[in-house]
Design a protein around this ligand. Structure first.
Ligand code: NAP
Ligand code: MG
Length: 492
């Protein structure tokens, strides 16, 4: 069996006392790897190394740092198929989507490597004669990076690539459910020639290993993607130490379908957004807000499509929808389906953990469609993070906007309509960080800002140039070449 190790100061090392746990394939139950369980001491050691290495790394010219990232991008390209297959085995998403997950990492590598020759600051006129003023971006220090399992390659690349190209060092604590993909990424850093100590990898639980990153004063920033529950804890614990904190949390994303929508297109977008990655994307569509004029037709056509989705191992060509991440997740999703029924929603299709044939070996949940859902039901408000879609009927466009905005989250929204006036009103009024017109709620591109409003986060964005703002801080520099004391606001 594969034995994973932590990567600290350029060496592959066991956790203290060689404590270990297992990584399993959620489609088959098979054990894929044995994984270290790091102690608080292991993580503190990694932080120590990253803290020391920062003093050298920040002085390496950014274009040189970027050259390593270009090599990382090339290696990811060469290994795309192998990494995608490993990802499907480790976390279940179908191969097509696993390839997309790796592709995001490739795109991010080349995009962020380009920042090695940009990372623009600015110069600006000074108010006094013979004086020069400019604003520079400084690296911050040690970045504590904590990631979820649902994008095991893409999300770690969104965080580590801007962090290192901008001169920070990293301690990376990946999700316990996807250690193998984290290790594969770090192996690529090593092969690309990243100096020891710049990226350090520690496996282990959130509550033990992750916690150290929140508490240690040598960690200057925390970039976290995960659940709201843990996100709140991260914010308060790391906030006490006045760290810079970026939180990308849950969603309750909706697609609104108006009476003038192209229904064929809308149905394709809904199925892809609600059941892709088995509904386990932060941007997954979990509410369908439908105009009363097309509601019944949309429900019936969707029911037929959803009923035909084939569950199975994501490595098989015949599979449309893979497993959920683990047995606990399947149980939690099933509880929500029970809550929906008890609240009076109509179960149109699906519902239940699937156990027929080989499916019994893994954790599979039947793609599920609820109709007659009211916005105040729990299944319409809380993140389920599984293949469950709730249909809500509305009278008109204004009600659709109000229902879309009625949840605590604000990650992604979508609207299907042919009316340009409605499109622009939706652009103004929908409360979310991502908005899709005549497309589903998923499909972000890496050079645009990514993140959500309201309960989805704390106002930061990832990717695009937004990442530069998170992983650097501004230094305003004044050079007075007058040879006299000039006092701002007084002598001008
Ligand atoms: P999670 O349970 O919150 O875990 C996320 C990460 O935090 C994991 O690495 C976890 O470690 C770690 N962690 C747990 N407790 C911790 C603690 N006390 N201190 C420090 N770290 C701790 O989330 P998940 O189940 O992996 O991911 C699903 C969630 O992520 C969903 O809510 C989804 O919406 C959200 N998500 C959001 C975005 C976005 O961009 N907005 C993107 C993807 C996913 P362990 O794995 O060891 O528990
Ligand atoms: Mg696994």
């Amino acid at each position: 069996m594969l034995e994973l190790r932590n990567y600290i100061d350029g060496k592959w090392v066991d956790a203290e006392g060689n404590r270990r746990t297992e990584d399993r394939n959620p489609a088959t139950g098979e054990v894929i790897a044995s994984v270290p369980v790091s102690s608080k001491k292991d993580v503190a050691h990694a932080i120590d190394v990253a803290h020391r290495t920062f003093q050298q790394w920040r002085k390496v010219p950014a274009p040189k740092r970027a050259e390593i990232l270009f090599r990382v991008g090339t290696l990811l390209q060469e290994r795309k198929e192998d990494l995608a297959r490993k990802m499907t085995r480790e976390m279940g998403k179908v191969l097509l989507e696993a390839r997309g997950d790796v592709q995001e990492g490739i795109d991010m590598a080349f995009y962020m490597a380009g920042e090695g020759r940009r990372a623009f600051g600015y110069t600006t006129p000074a108010e006094l004669p013979n004086k020069f003023a400019m604003a520079l971006r400084d690296p911050i220090g040690v970045a504590g990076i904590i990631t979820p399992w649902n994008f095991p390659m893409a999300i770690p690349t969104w965080k580590t690539f801007p962090a290192i190209v901008l001169g920070n060092t990293v301690v990376f604590k990946p999700a316990s459910d996807t250690p193998l993909l984290a290790l594969e990424l770090v192996k690529i850093f090593e092969e690309a020639g990243l100096p020891p100590g710049v990226v350090n990898l520690v496996f282990g639980s959130g509550s033990e290993a992750g916690e150290v990153l929140l508490e240690d004063p040598r960690v200057s920033l925390i970039s976290f993607t995960g659940s709201n529950e843990v996100g709140r804890h991260v914010a308060s614990r790391a906030g006490e130490g006045l760290k810079r904190i970026s939180l990308e949390l849950g969603g309750k994303n909706a697609i609104s379908v108006m009476d003038d929508a192209d229904l064929d297109l809308a149905i394709d977008g809904i199925v892809w957004s609600a059941f892709g990655t088995t509904g386990q994307r932060c941007t997954a569509c979990s509410r369908l807000i439908a105009h009363e004029a097309i509601y019944d037709e949309l429900r019936d056509r969707l029911a037929a499509r959803v009923g035909k989705l084939r569950l199975g191992d994501g490595l098989l060509e015949t599979t449309d929808v893979g497993p959920v991440i683990n047995a606990g997740a399947a149980k939690r999703i099933d509880e929500y389906v029970g809550i929906g029924r008890a609240e009076g929603a109509t179960l149109v299709v699906g519902g239940g953990i699937a156990t027929d044939g080989d499916l019994a070996k893994g954790s599979f949940y039947r793609p599920t469609l609820f109709a007659d859902v009211r916005p105040d039901m729990r299944i319409a408000k809380e993140e389920i993070f599984g293949p469950v879609l709730s249909m809500i009927k509305v009278r008109d466009f204004d009600e659709a906007i109000a229902v879309n905005n009625s949840v605590a989250y604000g990650l992604s929204s979508a609207i299907f309509t042919q009316d340009v006036n409605r499109v622009f009103r939706a652009m103004r009024d929908l409360e979310s960080g991502l908005l899709y017109v005549n497309a589903g709620t998923i499909g972000a591109e890496i050079h645009l800002p990514f993140g959500g409003t309201k309960g989805t986060g704390n106002g930061h964005r990832e990717a695009g140039t937004a990442a530069l703002d998170f992983f650097t801080e501004w230094k305003a520099v004044y050079v007075d070449y007058s040879g006299t004391l000039q006092r701002a606001q007084i002598d001008s």
